[in-house]
Design a protein around this ligand. Structure first.
Ligand code: HEM
Length: 415
């Protein structure tokens, strides 16, 4: 039953709202599916069908037109001091991320990456991922307790992303990787605070310096390796991308993959522990793991929103979205839309069909989705089968400060 008043205001900065946004989503979807926020001059969209329409409409883009972007860059290029210049540089790099480009630049950059993300290539990583998951469990098994996020999910996904995909061996990881990642998840968030914005821009500056050095080192290697950085360098040599695009997209690829997947593993274990009958089903039939991960993605998505900007005035649900206005497409709300998913608040690992939107839709659909699913499937399956008596050791769980990147700070369990 949907409430007549909004249970909690839609406020991505409120920890209470982030911990359980679903009653508010239900309210908005029923009473105000295209919700306008006058203080932000943007829109919040909560119905599955409307979100699909926006994501597949070429009149909505990820950024404003190239011309407007150039004007902003020029306007920002008058640094008052070093801090301002670092800030400008970081903002400029961020605008070059594949994720924030419109065609044709988006198409050009995505083409460079796609060979790294084919199903066959991802499947070939299975043995490595399983071996790493086993090693991590061996290291902590004797202790009879662990933090699923910090002892298992984060090290597993960081290893895969940095070591295997980017080709950076652990001894060359920067000590600030974790902090930079946290700060970056905030700079890309909805309704960010000025402080979070500054911290995020400094994180981009730190990563830019790190990757510029790394790129020089890769160029000096006798031959380029088979990893993402080398693929970008080859494309730059072939004039398919600029040096700044190279650095910017190394930063994006560093950050886009590992935290979201680590969050997915944490949310999966938490959700299964909160639904013991579903956990038992999975433990009795390990072939259900693929459907389990899909259902976790639908039920409590690690990515709660995606934004789009109107590239011209557009009519949507009898409203006019003016050119330049932002629409926030709330994935978490679409995934619980009863018009798309019967009994949407029920966690059911045998749900079929399950066309959730947690990896997006349209031209920006997550390029790493097959990898994310495989890692989560191996990680969760290994945990629930090797440690069958897993149980939570606290009721006071803390969620990350980011709304878009929904995940737990830690998940302490005993076994
Ligand atoms: C559970 C894990 C993940 C989730 C929930 C997730 C979610 C998403 C979503 C919703 C988008 C679309 C954003 C939009 O349309 O505005 C996206 C795009 C993207 N994702 Fe993921 N992602 C995950 C894992 C990964 C991994 C493992 C990688 C890479 C190793 C990755 C790389 C990217 C990139 C590069 C884009 C931009 C694609 C484009 O703009 O064409 N993601 N992701």
């Amino acid at each position: 039953m949907t409430q007549k008043t909004m249970p909690l205001p839609f406020n991505p900065r409120s920890a209470e709202f982030r911990a359980n946004p679903y009653p508010t989503y239900h309210y908005l979807r029923t009473h105000d599916p295209l919700h306008y926020r006058p203080e932000r001059k943007d829109w919040v969209l909560t119905r599955y069908a409307d979100i699909i329409e926006v994501l597949n409409n070429r009149h909505f883009g990820r950024s404003e037109s190239e011309q407007e972007k150039q004007e902003t860059v020029v306007a920002n290029q008058a640094p008052i001091n070093r801090l301002l210049s670092v800030r400008d540089e970081s903002q400029r790099l961020m605008k070059l991320w594949l994720l924030l480009r419109n065609p044709p630049d988006h198409t050009r950059l995505r083409r460079i990456l796609r060979n790294h993300f084919t199903q066959a290539r991802i499947q070939a990583l299975q043995t490595h991922i399983q071996a790493k998951a086993n090693t991590l469990i061996e290291q902590i098994k004797e202790q009879s307790k662990m933090d699923i996020i910090n002892d298992f999910a984060y090290p597993l996904t960081l290893d895969l992303n940095c070591n295997i995909f980017l080709g950076i061996p652990p001894q060359e990881w920067h000590p600030s990787f974790k902090q930079w990642t946290k700060n970056l998840s905030l700079v890309t968030d909805l309704d960010i605070t000025p402080m979070a914005n500054e911290q995020g821009l400094l994180a981009i500056a730190g990563l830019a310096e790190y990757f510029r050095n790394r790129i020089v080192k890769c160029r000096n290697d006798s031959e380029l390796q088979d990893n993402l950085i080398s693929t970008f360098i080859k494309a730059e040599i072939g004039d398919q991308l600029s040096e700044d695009e190279l650095v910017a997209n190394c930063i994006l690829m560093f950050f886009a993959g590992h935290v979201t997947t680590s969050h997915l593993i944490g949310i999966s274990i938490l959700t299964l522990l909160n639904h013991p009958e579903q956990l038992q089903l999975l433990q009795a039939d390990s072939t259900l793991i693929e459907m389990t991960i899909s259902e976790v993605l639908r039920y409590d998505s690690p990515a709660q929103t995606m934004s789009r900007i109107a590239l011209s005035d557009i009519s949507l649900s009898n409203q006019t979205i003016c050119k330049g206005e932002t629409i926030n497409c709330i994935i978490g709300a679409a995934n619980r839309d009863p018009a798309q998913f019967p009994d949407p608040d029920k966690f059911d690992i045998r749900r079929e069909p399950n066309l959730h939107l947690s990896f997006g839709q349209g031209i920006h659909i997550c390029i790493g989705r097959h990898l994310a699913k495989l890692v989560a499937e191996i990680a969760v399956s290994t945990l629930v089968h090797r440690l069958p008596s897993l149980s939570l050791t606290t009721d006071a769980l803390e969620w990350e400060d980011s709304f878009i990147g929904h995940g737990l700070k830690s998940l302490p369990v005993a076994f």
